[in-house]
Design a protein around this ligand. Sequence first.
Ligand code: PLP
Length: 449
Amino acid sequence: MPNAEAQLAMRDADARHHLHPFTDTQALNSKGVRTISHAQGIYVWDSEGNQLIDGMAGLWCVNLGYGRKELIDAAHQQMQVLPYYNTFFQSTHAPVTALAQAIAEITPGDLNRVFFANSGSEAIDTVIRMVRHYWTLKGKPYRKLLIARENAYHGSTLAGASLGGMAHMQSQCGPLLPGIHHIRQPYWYGDPNGISEDEFGLQRARELEEKILEVGPDNVAAFIGEPIQGAGGVIVPPRTYWPEIQRICRKYDVLLMADEVICGFGRTGQWFGSQTYGFQPDIMSMAKGLSSGYLPISAVAVGDRIADTLIAAGGEFTHGFTYSGHPVAAAVALENIRILRDERIIDAVAKDIGPYFQNRLREVLGEHPLCGHIEGIGLIAGLALVKDRQSRIFFDKDIGTLCRDECTASGLVARACGNRIVLSPPLVISRAEVDELVNRLREALDRTY
Ligand code: PLP
């Protein structure tokens, strides 16, 4: 552990030189930054020696937990053999080719070809460019509009922020990318007017049809959505929602795009959230859990319909990144997929640890005076906090502060999204660790109440 003087020097250097993402730097500097020094399993430690359960798996990404030797070895070995080579000019290398094949094998349907990038945001930009180009190649260059949802998060590049539905993400970067429309999210919190959850799911899905008709079916390129909205607070759709969305997309020949950056790689109990919610995307973005966050890598899995058109047209798709298919990141991702598969980790999320996590949350926190309702499946959950359970008035204090101060004091990393606390622990969490996580959260809520 660094001594007190070294810690102060580091804080000072950070305050003077480091601009953190998504951070109020003034507020951060007045409180002082927390340094995370090391991690193992589901735990992280700060430089003052405090042990915290990482209830967020980093940023929804460290699916295999920290310290997996196989992932470290895969990176080490690949560094020695070939630390970098591009995949642009008629070249490839073994890890990226094997990874493309592995992704084609685990993705559903005919998502047989894979385009690589480095972050979820880049994957989203790739999807936008690809689907718009697809329609041009199909002789329908007017099909350029994209439909997404309010409160969606699709990254923080200009295209990602424009496609996402978060006003605070958009207000600082305008003018936004044109040609994007939003419909409402399928957020169900019971219904005082007596409508059932299934009916609500259908109603919200049909807002897509209304939007398509409003802007003209011939102008729409694609609909995009996260199977479960993650950064929006873990908004779990009614079971009826996605099949109806798919039906509408097929009816109007609108491409269906799943953003699996959070849901992918086992979080909902299947490889991909679209499998859990029963729909087949034409194109899919993935990142985070693809490498369990050990190295930056993202991918777009492309269905035959789009890929065949791109290829048959001939000519270059003028898009890519220096680090597309980076060999070291690809080697780690490949090993990550092997472990998820060989250790049957996703099965356990579906049948054992996922249901256990969801039950314990409800048993221990379901009746807590601050807990309005709990949504989740597998190892992802959102707790909507309320001031008053009866009247369903949402908590009006800053939940970011609650997470930072109270959860941390209880030894838990949790995150605030709007009026919710969200959780997505590593998929390798044990039952005893789930108990500990839930107890720590209860302690934090008790202190707040
Ligand atoms: N899409 C979704 C659904 C996400 O949750 C995120 C990030 O949280 C992104 C895209 C953007 O990914 P990145 O931060 O790697 O650019």
